[in-house]
Design a protein around this ligand. Structure first.
Ligand code: NAP
Length: 303
């Protein structure tokens, strides 16, 4: 299938382009970006121009930040193209509901991807937890925003989600592996004095689960989740890639290179089946944290 990539920035170049190049199912036929390009691929600066010029492009994969995402997604769906969304699927829940309605009306596929769910140890963790009772869970997602999102000012603008940009990856794993649904009880959000999105957040959820998200981590970076159950302890480390059971290594692989090929394979299946896949449960937890969370103002932040 011919696919166009929209928003040629860090994730498009780091993950989408190599995943597409390695797959016999996909042909990267066009890009849409104001500045970014991919060598040897026809480049457009506006989505409407691409949609008009390239009716042969069946799938549009959006790697934009969340705020500009809706307009591009709606344009592609209305032009009858199947659409794949980077996480988070939008800047608000209501706009993603609208995208779902447009996709239904047009009879095309909408896939809201959660790349962390394709991490190496997530499926095994889900199987292990399936018949256990969670007594307590602790998520620690602490990374250095200057290292992973250098100069990405959009992340601290309203709708950029701040520390929930990585934190929602943890919540996407959590909502996928828990045998029962979880909901938010309370939250505390730290907003830098000069920014409109939080730099750190602490969440308290049902089933004894807490989360500590922080963008100010220096030294070792941590993307861990640990659960105590009625029949042993499970830990997922390195963003869902390594599994530990009762403190012992139990599988996985410390690389994220398998995640995006898995997402494109799932997109190919969805298009073939005429289906969509839009699970908003991670984003509901984030929205609830903004709704229920107490706000603290902390030191100003600059890249
Ligand atoms: P990025 O490096 O800033 O790239 C996004 C691209 O979108 C920009 O290069 C820009 O390209 C285009 N764009 C269009 N409108 C924009 C606007 N109003 N503000 C900023 N850029 C705009 O961001 P990214 O890290 O690739 O992240 C994009 C999405 O992927 C986010 O939703 C993020 O959560 C997700 N993601 C990122 C990572 C990661 O490790 N970075 C991992 C997984 C998922 P032009 O200027 O050429 O138009």
């Amino acid at each position: 299938m011919k696919v166009a990539l929209v928003g040629i920035g860090k994730i498009a170049l780091d993950q989408h382009v190599p995943a597409l190049a390695a797959s016999p199912d996909w042909d990267l036929a066009a890009t849409v970006s104001r500045h970014g390009t991919v060598a040897g691929v026809e480049a457009f600066t506006g989505i409407e121009d691409m949609l008009a010029a390239r009716p042969d492009v069946q799938v549009v994969s959006l790697c934009l930040p969340p705020v500009p995402r809706f307009a591009a997604a709606a344009a592609a769906l209305r032009a009858g193209r199947h659409v794949m969304l980077e996480k988070p699927p939008g800047a608000s829940l209501s706009e993603v509901h609208e995208l779902q309605a447009i996709a239904r009306d047009m009879g095309v596929t909408l896939y809201a991807t959660w790349h962390s769910r394709a991490a190496h140890a997530v499926a095994a963790a889900r199987r292990w937890l399936a018949d256990r009772r969670i007594d307590e869970g602790r998520i620690t997602w602490r990374e250095d925003v200057r290292k992973w999102h250098p100069g990405q000012d959009w992340i601290f603008e309203a709708g950029g989600m701040g520390v929930f940009d990585p934190g929602i990856n943890a919540l996407s794993i959590l909502t996928h592996i828990l045998p029962r649904p979880v909901h938010l009880k309370s939250a505390e959000l730290d907003f830098p004095a000069n920014r409109d999105a939080p730099i750190a957040a602490r969440l308290s959820m049902t089933q004894g689960i807490s989360a500590d998200f922080d963008f100010r981590q220096q030294g070792p970076q941590t993307w861990d989740m640990e659960f105590a159950t009625d029949a042993g302890r499970l830990a997922l480390r390195m963003g869902g890639n390594l599994l530990e059971i009762d403190g012992q290594p139990a599988g996985g692989e410390d690389t994220i290179m398998g995640e995006y090929p898995a997402l494109y394979a799932q997109m190919a299946r969805l298009v073939a089946d005429g289906a969509s896949d839009v699970d908003l449960s991670p984003m509901v937890l984030v929205a609830d944290a903004f709704t229920l969370g107490r706000r603290r103002t902390v030191e100003a932040f600059d890249f």
